[in-house]
Design a binder for this molecule. Structure first.
Ligand code: SAM
Length: 269
């Protein structure tokens, strides 16, 4: 298969990537056959997987609207993924065109496509960076001039921390980010969980690692709540994706009690 124009040189088209698998689940077009196969296999195991992806995107939209309404004027979206409907800059710049957004992702396809759609938008950008190296990531973010770390920041860690293994110390990585931002900053986190459906979580996690060589770490509630250590949790706390401040019936992509994701928002006092 030829390398499509949107895929930067050097991308391994034989290895599935979480960014491209998720794009495939959401019906996007920036994925390879291997990613589509992986997404299909996931759907065979857990047929409501696409609803989980939609439920997560809906949480992201509600959380960033909440942060913008709470006064946040700059967003650092880590593990931002391949742009799709309802991107953060579209949501928040629709509220205030002066809001600045920086996307950061480890996946070169996600970064290249983000840059392509942001051409001409002087208040948004994208960097290639690794959440497992927060100091480096924060340095790159500061260099762009889009994020002023002397002002409160809206940190987004949406559907990314479950791609870090326990040995990557995800709780410590969130703490490093917290230490770098001013009081009044917020963090929004969503995370795959084994809490409600341990069997389905086990099947998906095992399949991702054996078939696709991707580590996906479903964590229980305590493991996810620990990521908010040092942040004041905003009501309703850490809850299933569809029940974090739903705005309408349309937000209920997954039935409460059946979600494979937990989410919350915290504020640095
Ligand atoms: N945040 C978006 C959302 O929730 O719709 C995209 C989530 S997607 C499931 C996870 C993203 O995290 C992928 O684009 C992947 O490349 C990125 N990612 C995985 N590990 C990462 C790391 N160590 N540092 C930065 N990004 C990472």
């Amino acid at each position: 298969m030829d390398r499509p124009a949107w895929a930067p040189e050097g991308v391994d088209m034989q290895q599935a990537s979480p960014a491209r698998m998720y794009d495939a689940l959401l019906g996007g077009s920036h994925n390879f056959e291997i990613d589509r196969k992986a997404a299909e296999m996931g759907k065979t195991l857990v047929p409501d997987l696409p609803r989980l992806a939609l439920s997560n995107r809906a949480f992201l939209r509600r959380a960033v609207r909440f942060l913008a309404d709470s006064g946040i004027r700059q967003f650092l979206d880590i593990g931002s993924g391949i742009p799709t409907a309802g991107n953060v800059h579209e949501v928040v710049q629709g509220i205030d065109p002066d809001i600045r957004v920086l996307y950061a992702d480890i996946d070169p396809v996600a970064v290249a496509h983000s840059r392509a759609i942001l051409r001409g938008n002087s208040r948004a950008g994208a960097i290639e960076a690794d959440l497992r190296k927060p100091a480096e990531l924060l340095g790159k973010a500061a260099e762009t001039g889009l994020i002023d770390f002397d002002q409160p920041v809206g940190l987004l860690l949406v559907a990314v921390l479950h791609l870090l293994s326990d040995s990557d110390e995800p709780v410590a990585k969130v703490a490093d980010l917290r230490a770098a931002v001013q009081p009044g900053s917020y963090v929004a986190i969503s995370h795959l969980t084994s809490e409600m459906r341990p069997d389905d979580a086990g099947k998906l996690g095992a399949n991702a690692s054996t078939e696709n060589r991707i580590g996906i770490h479903f964590r229980n509630r305590d493991g996810i709540v620990a990521m908010f250590d040092g942040w004041d949790l905003i009501e309703p706390g850490v809850v299933e994706l569809p029940v974090w401040r739903p705005e309408s019936e349309r937000d209920l992509h997954e039935a409460p009690g059946r979600s494979l994701g937990l989410a919350g928002v915290g504020r640095k006092a």
